[in-house]
Ligand binder design. Structure first.
Ligand SMILES: N[C@@H](CCC(=O)N[C@@H](CS)C(=O)NCC(=O)O)C(=O)O
Length: 256
């Protein structure tokens, strides 16, 4: 059942954005209805700056008109609005570990996933509109799609997604996945009830699984299985072959 207060919430997103997926999944877990406003990438930065005073999505407007930007901050606000189910564990020691994993998901995994996907889009512009297939954009998708080369160029620059950096990101990915698999083994991630770190890390990994070249690296592991369990549906796909084969580390099977 949906909670009554919720139909006054307004969430500003960019279609396919992983921190936006984090927040949408949290809203769903809380049973909160909301209005979703889909923004076009690049244009969104100006919109968000004007409306929220920060360039990024997600941004949430509450029923009293107050505004919150940032996936982590929004999750805390949702926990305040609807405490059950909680997104942070009551046990203090576990809570600290979950918060640390969430912070890593935000500060390390989130930008890595963003850089890798923009580098892949740079080699496959045609894949970009697929990420907005279910969005309600202010103009037809076919028209928006024509701006893909410009959007990709600007986003690559904004996100520092140059070839050298993305190559290093991919080389580091197995070690990052080891870390996530370790958290799953320790019970920090992957519990029966998703916590804030599950949603933050899971969305970043799930975005990576939409990149055909990268999916086998993630899917071979508990990390990949967790991401797909938490986010069974995710819009968009970049067929394998977009990223240079020599950038990809060999698929490694992690902890069972
Ligand atoms: N880490 C923050 C920021 C999210 C973020 O950087 N979102 C991207 C889209 S996935 C964005 O809006 N970038 C615009 C920009 O950096 O100008 C969060 O989790 O909310």
């Amino acid at each position: 059942m949906l909670v009554a207060v919720a139909d006054r919430l307004k969430l500003y997103v960019v279609p396919g954005s992983h921190p936006c997926a984090t927040v949408e999944r949290a809203l769903e877990l809380k049973g909160l209805a909301y209005e979703r406003v889909d923004l076009l990438p690049v244009v969104h930065a100006l919109h968000q700056q004007l409306r929220f005073g920060k360039r990024t999505v997600p941004g949430l407007v509450l029923e009293d008109g107050s505004k919150v930007v940032g996936s982590r901050a929004i999750l805390r606000v949702l926990d305040g609005l609807v405490p059950d189910p909680p997104l942070l564990p009551a046990d203090e020691a576990l809570r600290a570990k979950v918060e640390a994993a969430e912070a890593w998901g935000d500060a390390t995994l989130q930008p890595l996933a963003r850089r890798v996907i923009w580098a892949a889009f740079a080699r496959d512009h045609a894949a970009l509109p697929g990420y907005a297939a279910e969005a309600r954009l202010p103009l037809p998708l076919s028209v928006a799609a024509r701006s893909a080369p410009v959007v990709v160029g600007v986003e690559r620059a904004l996100n520092h997604a140059d070839d050298e950096t993305v190559r290093a990101d991919l080389a580091a990915l197995p070690a990052h996945l080891d870390r996530v698999d370790g958290w799953i083994a320790d019970g920090v991630l992957g519990g029966e009830r998703p916590n804030a770190a599950d949603l933050q890390v899971g969305a970043g990994l799930r975005l990576l699984t939409t990149i055909g070249d990268v999916a086998p690296l993630v899917d071979a592991r508990p990390a990949g299985r967790l991401a797909r369990r938490l986010f069974p549906r995710y819009p968009g796909a970049i067929p394998a072959g977009a990223l240079p084969a020599e950038w990809l580390p060999g698929a490694e099977v992690g902890l069972a």
